[in-house]
Design a protein. Structure first.
Length: 127
């Protein structure tokens, strides 16, 4: 198994910029070792990066992702991390379902307003 990944390898694998990777490093979410000026990322850094990017895709904030990822290193370990993540998933799902409902209501309202505008335009002889 590999011990280290270069910045180029990770940016290519995950299709992210070096700036993004350095940002997560600045945010203390990953911590590469340094060999001179070269950054070398451990397997654990790669795993954390994968979790960070998945969290972003799922719509979690950086603070929420940090909380979830760093829980792995706490006393509760992986079990606590997974329980916490499940709670966050439930919260995120509820928020998205509410957004969906709000969007559907807004689309219905837009359709009603559009129909009224078209009817009024037709009445005025504008087509």
């Amino acid at each position: 198994m590999r011990q280290f990944y270069t910045i180029t390898e990770l940016t290519q694998e995950f299709d992210i910029s070096t700036r993004t990777l350095r940002y997560y490093e600045d945010e203390d979410m990953i911590a590469p070792v340094r060999r001179g000026r070269q950054r070398l990322y451990r397997v654990s850094d790669r795993t954390r990066l994968k979790l960070i990017l998945r969290g972003k895709r799922l719509g979690f904030s950086l603070a929420e992702i940090r909380e979830i990822v760093t829980m792995y290193d706490s006393e509760t370990g992986e079990t606590g991390q997974l329980r916490h993540f499940l709670n966050k998933i439930t919260e995120r799902r509820a928020a998205l379902q509410q957004m969906r409902t709000d969007i559907e209501i807004t689309l219905d309202e837009l359709a009603e307003v559009e129909a009224a505008c078209r009817e009024q335009l037709s009445t005025l002889g504008g087509g």
